[in-house]
Design a protein around this ligand. Structure first.
Ligand code: DGL
Length: 294
């Protein structure tokens, strides 16, 4: 019998894997980039749908929650790498996650630096959840990497729900996007914006819709491809060789599949039936995790 470290697949009986963590379907925009670069990496998803959306929660509510959920899901999935596929979580809890976990943690950084470099007008917009827009981390990123560019901060919490709706099969209309587009383009300096940072992982899922209804062509930038490259780098560091194809991953959620239709939204990835891990706060008070096999 082989002894297997619960946090590692080094015994070779599990395929190399990463767990992508988010409050909802934002993990999909990151997973698509990872799958394109690393088709042999098995992807697990950790979805804290029981606390969705993250964007309007306080730092005090989110930080311990993220660390507890992501750690429990890493333990359950036996993933080799944690990818925090969520700007709201990454801009808040990366140091704590790194301290809590033995595995590498890859976080999403809003693409301020490449956007400032790409902009010809020197005016960029940063579109994100209220949490990310107001975070010290984001302010520091702009101060250190905007390279003199003017940055228009655009909180767009409604795009999070619209991305979830799109993944449930709904069509996104011009009227639904108009308020956000107005906040980007019809604001002082908005006529100069030529590059828009999609600083929430839900938003690349709406890129085509935003592009279609924007008043003029602009560059929409996100960090997905950079995350995928970072995961590839970590696999090299860990000495992990990937097989040609990925195996079936786990789909872990903190709440049953209800209104947000998690299982359907993730249908493009090979995943086992939804496993409901339960609310971490309830669990620590003695409640048993529920399982919801559909
Ligand atoms: N996808 C998340 C992000 O990148 C958060 C969305 C939310 O739950 O508010 O910020």
């Amino acid at each position: 019998m082989q002894l297997v470290d619960a946090h590692s697949n080094k015994a070779g009986d599990r395929p190399p894997s990463a767990l992508i963590f988010d409050s909802g379907v934002g993990a999909i925009s990151i997973a698509r980039e990872i799958r394109a670069l690393l088709p042999g990496l098995t992807l697990h998803f950790g979805v804290d749908n029981g606390f969705f959306p993250y964007g309007d929660k306080t730092e005090e509510q989110l930080r311990p929650r993220i660390v507890t959920c992501a750690s429990a899901m890493m333990h359950q999935s036996h993933a080799d790498i944690l990818v925090v596929g969520c700007n709201t979580a990454s801009t808040l809890a990366l140091p704590e996650l790194r301290a809590a976990l033995g595995q590498p943690v890859v976080g999403v950084v809003p693409a301020v630096k490449p956007a400032a470099r790409a902009s010809r007008t020197g005016t960029i917009a940063l579109v994100a959840t209220e949490g990310t827009v107001n975070r010290d981390y984001t302010r520091g990123l702009i101060r250190d990497y905007a390279n003199g560019a003017r940055v228009i901060n655009v909180p767009a919490p409604e795009l999070v729900r619209l991305a979830e709706a799109k993944l449930r099969g709904e069509t996104i209309t011009r009227d639904q996007l108009a308020p956000v587009l107005a906040r980007i383009f019809d604001t002082p300096g908005g006529d100069e914006v030529d590059t828009v940072v999609l600083a929430c992982t839900h938003f690349p899922l709406l890129r085509e819709d935003l592009d279609r209804y924007a008043p003029r062509p602009v560059e929409w930038l996100d960090s997905g491809a950079a995350i995928a490259r970072r995961v590839a780098w970590w696999l090299g560091e860990l000495g992990i060789d990937l097989p040609a194809t990925a195996s079936t991953g786990a789909l872990l959620a903190t709440a049953p599949d209800g209104e947000n239709a998690i299982a359907g939204a993730f249908g493009e990835f090979p995943l086992r039936a939804l496993e409901v891990t339960g609310d971490p706060a309830a669990r620590s008070s003695g409640q048993k995790p529920r399982h919801n096999h559909k």
